[in-house]
Write a protein that binds this ligand. Structure first.
Ligand code: SAM
Length: 285
C-alpha cells in the first residue's frame, strides 16, 4: 500500500465509487505518521492483532507488517472487495464481514489465535466507542494492549483521576483492568471526511491482575455505579438510592473504612471504592 495521505484516501473512494456513511462512523485516517504510531503503540512484536473497523485497510496494512496474523471485523460489506484489493500483498490478514457488537469476542479470539494473548488496535467508529470499550474491558479477554483512536473527551474520561470533572465509572472500569496512556492527540483535519471534534490515540495496557483486590467484583462495580449515579449529591445519598440499607447503617459502614459520608462519589480513589465495596459485600450477605 502507498504512503497514506488525504489524496490517497480520496482516490481510493473515487476509484470504487465509495460514499462515506456517517452513521457507521466512517472517518478514515489519512496520516501515515499516525497510522505508524498506532501500530507501534500496540507493541505487537510478531504476535496476533484484532482490528475493529478496517475501512480501506490503512491501519490493517501497518498492523500486518508487525504481526503474525491480523483478524479484522468490518460491518460494511461494500468495503470487503476494496480491502481484498488494497491488502492483496499480505497473506496474514483475515477480514470478517461482521458487526463487532454482535460478535462473541472471546470465542473469536480463541478460534483465530488459540491460547495466544493478543492486542486490539482500532480507529473506532465513534457512534459505538463506549459500548465497544466496555465490552472489551468487561469481557476478560486474553489481551496485552488495546490501542484505540477515540474522541478526545472519551480518552480524557478513560484516564481521568479522582476529583476531576472527567472522572466517572468508566474511568474506574478502565483503570481497574488496564493502565491507560495517551499516545497522542489527532486533529480532526487528519481524517477524510473530517469529524467535528479532535481525537486521541489511547493505549490501555492490560494488567496481570486487577488494580485492586475485592471480595466480589459485581459488588465493586455496583458500588462504583451507585457512587456516580447522582451527580452533585453526597455519597451517602447515592448509596441510599441504590442499596437496600438504611442511612444509619450506610453511614456506619462508610465510617468503618474511613470514608466521610458527605463526600461526593467522584472523589473516591480505586482503593476507597474497593474498601467500601468489601464492607457492603459483608453487610448485604
Ligand atoms: N480503520 C480505518 C481507518 O483508520 O481509516 C477506518 C476507521 S473508521 C473510523 C471506522 C470503521 O468501523 C469503518 O470502516 C466502519 O465501517 C467500521 N464499523 C462501524 N461500525 C462497525 C461495527 N459495528 N462493527 C465492525 N465495524 C464497524
Amino acid at each position: 500500500m502507498e504512503f497514506i495521505s488525504p489524496a490517497i484516501i480520496k482516490r481510493i473512494a473515487a476509484e470504487y465509487g465509495f460514499q462515506f456513511k456517517k452513521g457507521l462512523g466512517q472517518n478514515f485516517l489519512s496520516s501515515q505518521e499516525v497510522l505508524e504510531e498506532i501500530a507501534d503503540a500496540a507493541q505487537i512484536d510478531g504476535g496476533g492483532v484484532l482490528e475493529i473497523g478496517p475501512g480501506f485497510g490503512v491501519l490493517t496494512n501497518e498492523l500486518a507488517k508487525r504481526a503474525s496474523k491480523v483478524t479484522a471485523l468490518e460491518i460494511d460489506d461494500r468495503l470487503i472487495p476494496i480491502l481484498n484489493d488494497t491488502l492483496s500483498e499480505y497473506d496474514n490478514i483475515k477480514i470478517i464481514n461482521s458487526d463487532v457488537m454482535k460478535t462473541d469476542l472471546k470465542s473469536l479470539i480463541n478460534e483465530e489465535f488459540g491460547d495466544e494473548r493478543i492486542s486490539i488496535a482500532a480507529n473506532l467508529p465513534y457512534y459505538i466507542t463506549t459500548p465497544i470499550i466496555t465490552t472489551v474491558l468487561e469481557g476478560k479477554l486474553p489481551l496485552n494492549n488495546m490501542v484505540v483512536m477515540v474522541q478526545r473527551e472519551v480518552a480524557d474520561r478513560l484516564r481521568a483521576q479522582p476529583g476531576t470533572k472527567d472522572y466517572g465509572s468508566i474511568s474506574v472500569l478502565c483503570q481497574y483492568y488496564t493502565v491507560p496512556e495517551l499516545v497522542r492527540i489527532v486533529p480532526a483535519g487528519m481524517f477524510v471526511p473530517a469529524p467535528k471534534v479532535d481525537s486521541a490515540v489511547l493505549r490501555m495496557r492490560f494488567r496481570e491482575s486487577p488494580a485492586v483486590e475485592v471480595k466480589d467484583e459485581g459488588m465493586f462495580f455496583k458500588t462504583v455505579r451507585a457512587a456516580f449515579s447522582l451527580r452533585r449529591k453526597t455519597l451517602l445519598n447515592c448509596l441510599a438510592a441504590n442499596f437496600a440499607a438504611s442511612k444509619t447503617d450506610l453511614t456506619e459502614l462508610m465510617s468503618s473504612v474511613g470514608i466521610d459520608p458527605r463526600r461526593r462519589g467522584e472523589t473516591l480513589s480505586m482503593d476507597e471504592f474497593a474498601a467500601l465495596a468489601d464492607v457492603l459485600t459483608d453487610f448485604i450477605k
